[in-house]
Design a protein around this ligand. Sequence first.
Ligand SMILES: Cc1cc2nc3c(=O)[nH]c(=O)nc-3n(C[C@H](O)[C@H](O)[C@H](O)COP(=O)(O)OP(=O)(O)OC[C@H]3O[C@@H](n4cnc5c(N)ncnc54)[C@H](O)[C@@H]3O)c2cc1C
Length: 556
Amino acid sequence: MSNFDETFDWVVVGSGAGSMSSGMLMRQAGKSVVILEKTEFFGGTTAKSGGVMWIPNNQFMDPGEDSDEKAITYLDAVVGDDSDAPGTSHEKRLAYIQAGPKMVDFLLRQGVALERGSKFWPDYYDNLPGGCETSRTVVAPPFNRKELGPWARKLRLGMLEMPVKLDDGMQFASMKHSWGIKLLFAKTAFKVVMGKLTGKMWTTAGACLQGRMLKAGLEKGVDVRLESPVKELIIEHGKAIGVVTVKDGKPWRIAANLGVLVNAGGFAHNQAMRDKYMPGTRSEWSVTPEGDTGDMHQEMERIGGVLAQMDEMVGFPGSLTPGWEKQYVFTGMQAVTAKPGAILVDQAGVRYMNESCSYELYCETMLKRGNANPSWAIMDASFMEEYALGGSVGIKKKPKDWFDSGYLKVADTIEELAGKIGADPAKLKASVNRWNDMMARGADEDFQRGVRYYDQYLGDPFHKPNPTLGPLSKGPFYAVEVIPGDVSTYGGVVTDINSRVVKVDGSVIEGLYSCGVSTASPMGRVYPGAGASVGPSMVFGWIAARHAAGLGNQAL
Ligand SMILES: Cc1cc2nc3c(=O)[nH]c(=O)nc-3n(C[C@H](O)[C@H](O)[C@H](O)COP(=O)(O)OP(=O)(O)OC[C@H]3O[C@@H](n4cnc5c(N)ncnc54)[C@H](O)[C@@H]3O)c2cc1C
């Protein structure tokens, strides 16, 4: 037996979404737990995210709104042929669906407040059998990080440090059309002011989920260690028995009696791995935090784990607005090009997709096309007057350096605009004419934009008859470059239905579990709905702990 400096029952590598769901389960079973996080902050990309979990048939939905049968019908349909996606299988998808609400129930009993994310956030392929036209999302309500005491500043900063639900915040863009949204905005502004006066530190989205998980986990006795990178997984007689981390600048060996869970995120900031697995993508186009470097992917492969679906990412189309590096995230372009008066074209000027598809499919389509990385968003003057681009509405509000730097191209005619973006004027003109002709007939006959509920969700709810459909008829016309950015990688080690890491011969590495984007996604090569990354990480982390603790279906 190797010499160890310390022993725990459950050792978690990385403070991702599944770290605390597994940790609290283990604590409830009376086991000791340590979470080793390599950066100075708790929470990973999960804390930076929207914090949405896709949990079919969850307890916050209305009776009869969903069922396990409906959800598995959908997942099977959306994943389709999974022969080249060993991270998923019918059994694994079913295990996810069945465990999701149980995990949510467990967290509620641990004191983690959760609620429905939205009443209207449809599945991304809601037109497929079993698809949900309302919402399968679960989120945590806003959280005052001050409740974490000395840990308050050790929780990674989130996307919205405000007392507002992400779903509500997303409505503010339509404020001028609705007194209800104006009132919501006023209430939020009041809470912000009150929060400042009373010294509250509000977080929402992913940071409030991870903040609430951290608070509950610490109270239950989970040992959390920051700046503790795991360098090595210790294997003896084919079994994972511990890890090597760093303490006071020296190697520190920790034994794991029941197992090691790798929840160490993806490899978004490892350009060499990107070049190998996802050529054409750039690490600087990823809005994941700095710790997402794939070291555990490499380590799990070294000890016999199989990597799969490594060419997949949770794409997020973006635009590199001048100064974007200093912002939280680049300008998201999916919702921009899904608005009336906007389309996306390739470098030749040809429209080539339904701009209201999922962000994952959007980027995949860009990358597969060949001449569409980058692509161009084309907008007309009506769009510019009505909708946000880069956080502001209206051409007068756009910063001067957008024009000076050539980021935002402007022209009186479509042909002139084509010249400015290096596209073929005839092709761009034909694309816009075709779009406008179809809009006159009221349907996108080429790519069916606007047909699904999800397409409409991305549009303008006040635009009739279809929220996402409207011509580009009023000049001047505008263009900005769109790149296939990402919010995560989506490939990793293959795991079984109990989250155990699988080897090439199909057997498992005893004692080694993994969840989240360290694994090949249990959703295969698609992104079925909002929360399809954080949800599986939480659920399969929890499943791993149940298995390692030998709990089976026993309730805790
Ligand atoms: C702006 C944004 C919005 C998003 N919104 C959503 C959403 O609403 N819903 C959704 O499902 N997905 C969303 N995503 C994607 C999602 O956040 C990620 O895919 C997901 O959080 C990954 O979670 P994880 O549990 O795998 O790991 P992470 O949360 O990334 O955590 C992994 C942790 O492991 C640490 N680590 C890495 N290597 C080591 C090591 N060797 N030793 C110790 N620690 C290590 C990392 O530093 C990191 O803290 C969003 C992403 C972004 C950026």
